[in-house]
Design a binder for this molecule. Structure first.
Ligand SMILES: Nc1nc2c(ncn2[C@@H]2O[C@H](COP(=O)(O)OP(=O)(O)OP(=O)(O)O)[C@@H](O)[C@H]2O)c(=O)[nH]1
Length: 708
């Protein structure tokens, strides 16, 4: 049987297979004109072309591959890239080809084959059925490729949309005018539905007030091709205020043109709020909201510089509350906080918006008064502040009273450097406080001199402690009935390097202010306890030494003061030590003070009320707290036989009252025999003073004791 002649279409298939290498050489030249093809290696492109040509040839070989076959079996809707052409089209998406590039690629294939066919012996058959079938096969492959290409693109877009819509950030693609080509879910929500499907929304529509800013930025990105960045503080349609940080990137086409801009915008409102909070914490006092010390210093620097350029002066006020600690102690720390807040409000209400009120420490405030034309105005304002602070405060339904001590310094009159001004105002405040509180004091050079002298004294006292220049002296206390030395008072002396012996009244005040008193009191106690034991051995009977304990040591934390260490010493000494305290101490009903007194009493320590009769008139504390001795203040003793006979009456009354309460009485400052005789006759138990002996060293004291 005769073999049927091969179908006509096989001719071109055979032609393709036979001339594949030449076709591919032609193809190379065409392919170079396809923009995206430039980014693929030549070998890869040729492999693709060879694969496609092979598939087209195979298709032409099929008997079913008749003209119009593609039209008869159109790719179904859910196109799957299962043919060679389909796979090719889907792959082109990943390779960065546009649809036009893909079309161009097929055109190049067609032209490569047709060019060679025309040049071959078949040249005259260009319009032949072979050619028509070939063109149909290429068209069909192209259609399959494009279908796959677009399906892949849609899927990719969907995947990107899913990815970009999974974040709260705004992602967008716009044209160069800002008309939105793509908006992720977050942005679409902000933009709301478009007015009409035919009208594109503008990126700035979600914050209309900033549309102009966005337009400018978009234009700049399109013109400069540089990435644009910016921040947008805006109010959204729901009335909430937000800040967005955005980025705009030009999408540069392969031909170098820009017709789209893409980017993201992130809502940084929380970040901004926490940045603002950090800034507030760094520069503002969290309790009162006033500028803190750091911001105050910055403002002072700035205001001083500005004042130097004008004819105006600047006044700096340093305000320290009086009696604030008592508010904390009596009403609690929260009440203290409330008070500070109300003080801040009152101070702020006194000054102009251009002035600064700052809280620079616990109960310390400063006020910078700018553009001061007359100092008299400052004084008027300061009086107003004092009056305002002295008005009662209402805290948790209770009336609370404080006052203020104010130091004033003027720039440039007193100083023109911020540090000096602050120091001046502080020193002037110190003077106001020590002059009785609830008043003001101007800075003067004298104040500076005495403040420097005070600082020098503090420094010297510190050194005295370190160099062990302090000594304990003991003053005999005699029993008036027998005139025998039965006790001693330990008194501290300072052997100054200049050879002088400094009495406590010249340094205890500074020691109390600076807290060094704790160290001094503890050191005196540590000397007195073994001394009492030694003197006891000498006399063969327990010997008692009184030590002074500063109220500061009971009420505050003081330097070098280990309360527990003291207590161990007191415990070991028991009644060999008596503690001299002031009436004020017993009136202090704060738990800290009461607890310390009770612990001392438990240790067996006896108590002497020092300077009795010159302090508080209330004696109710004598009923509450067990005291052993009353010490009549030396002012009564001194007055006894001089101009003021009332001294005798007071002394007599004190002695009588003490005895009725079961207490012993010590008179101090006894200098004359007549004072001694009178006291003895009035029933006073003990006396101390120059008549018997000044305070002296332990050795000398021991000699006195032995001499009887
Ligand atoms: N409630 C409260 N108290 C504070 C705060 N900061 C510091 N203080 C207290 O404020 C007090 C300030 O001490 P002082 O200035 O010596 O007290 P004061 O009673 O006013 O003494 P004078 O100035 O001598 O009249 C201390 O007891 C601190 O513990 C705070 O933020 N809140």
């Amino acid at each position: 049987m005769d073999q049927p002649s091969p179908p006509k279409e096989a001719r071109i298939a055979r032609f393709i297979r036979a001339h594949l290498q030449e076709i591919l050489q032609n193809w190379d030249a065409f392919a170079r004109s396809i923009p995206a093809a430039r980014y693929l290696p030549a070998a890869t492109l040729r492999d693709h072309a060879a694969g496609m040509l092979g598939a087209i040839a195979d298709r032409l070989d099929l008997p079913a591959a008749l003209p119009g076959a593609a039209a008869e079996s159109p790719p179904h809707d859910g196109f799957e890239s299962d043919t060679q052409a389909g796979q090719h089209g889907a792959g082109r998406v990943g390779a960065g080809f546009s649809a036009n590039d893909t079309v161009a690629e097929f055109r190049a294939l067609r032209a490569s084959v047709m060019g060679l066919w025309a040049a071959s012996e078949h040249g005259r058959d260009l319009g032949s059925e072979d050619m028509m079938r070939f063109n149909d096969a290429v068209d069909q492959a192209l259609e399959e490729s494009l279908q796959a290409f677009f399906t892949e693109k849609d899927e990719l877009a969907h995947r990107f949309d899913t990815l970009l819509s999974a974040t709260p950030d705004l992602h967008y693609i716009t044209d160069v005018d800002g008309l939105v080509l793509y908006a992720n879910k977050a942005l679409a929500k902000l933009l709301g539905p478009p007015a009409s499907p035919a009208v594109r929304q503008h990126l700035g529509d979600f914050a209309p007030a900033f549309a102009a800013q966005l337009r400018r930025d978009l234009r700049a990105v399109a013109e400069t091709r540089a990435t644009g960045r910016g921040e947008l503080a805006c109010t959204l349609a729901d009335g909430t205020a937000h800040t967005y940080r955005y980025i705009l990137l030009p999408v540069i086409n392969q031909d170098g043109t820009i017709d789209a801009i893409t980017g993201t915008a992130r809502n940084i409102s929380e970040l901004k709020a926490s940045e603002a909070q950090i800034l507030r914490n760094a520069y503002y006092d969290s309790l009162t909201g006033l500028p803190n010390r750091i911001l105050f210093r910055e403002r002072l620097d700035h205001d001083v510089r500005r004042a130097a350029r004008t004819e105006f002066a600047l006044a700096l006020l340093f305000i320290d509350l009086d009696g604030f600690k008592e508010v904390n102690d009596r009403f609690g720390h929260d009440a203290g906080d409330q008070l500070l807040l109300q003080v801040a409000q009152r101070l702020q209400a006194c000054v102009r918006a251009t002035d600064t009120v700052a809280r620079i420490g616990g109960d310390e405030f400063t006020v910078i008064l700018n553009e001061v034309s007359r100092i008299a105005f400052v004084e008027v304002l300061v009086c107003e502040i004092l009056a305002d602070l002295a008005r009662p405060f209402s805290i948790a339904g209770k009336e609370v009273h404080v006052s203020g001590s104010i130091g004033i310094t003027i720039c440039p009159q007193d100083a023109h450097l911020p540090d000096d001004l602050l120091r001046n105002a502080d020193q002037a405040m110190f003077v106001a406080k020590h002059a009785g509180r609830n008043r003001f004091s101007y800075f003067t050079p004298d104040i500076r001199d005495s403040a420097s002298a005070r600082l020098r004294a503090i420094d010297q006292l510190r050194q005295a402690l370190a160099r062990r220049e302090l000594r304990v002296y003991y003053q005999p206390i005699v029993e008036l009935a027998s005139e025998a030395i039965v006790k001693a008072e330990a008194l501290v002396r300072w052997h100054h390097p200049d050879g002088s012996l400094v009495l406590p009244q010249h340094f205890i005040g500074i020691a109390e202010e600076t807290g060094l008193i704790g160290e001094i009191d503890a050191w005196v106690l540590a000397q007195a306890v073994p001394c009492a034991a030694r003197l006891g051995e000498l006399t063969g009977a327990p010997f008692q030494i009184s030590v002074n304990k500063s109220p500061v040591g009971f009420t505050r934390r003081v330097i070098g003061h280990g309360w527990e260490e003291d207590l161990a010493l007191f415990n070991s000494a028991g009644a060999r030590i008596a503690v001299e305290i002031t009436e004020g101490m017993l009136l202090d009903d704060s738990p800290g003070v009461r607890d310390k007194l009770a612990r001392l009493q438990k240790a067996g320590v006896q108590f002497t009320i020092d300077d009795f009769g010159i302090g508080y008139s209330s004696m109710a504390y004598l009923n509450k707290f067990k005291v052993d001795f009353l010490k009549i203040d030396q002012s009564f003793v001194k007055d006894m036989h001089t101009t003021n006979p009332r001294g005798q009456i007071f002394a007599e009354t004190i002695i009588m009252m003490a005895h009725k309460l079961g207490l012993k009485v010590i008179a101090e400052g006894v200098e004359t025999a007549s004072q001694r005789d009178w006291l003895r006759q009035a029933g006073c138990d003990y006396a101390q003073g120059f008549l018997f002996s000044p305070a002296t060293t332990e050795e000398r004291f021991a000699q006195l004791l032995q001499a009887g």
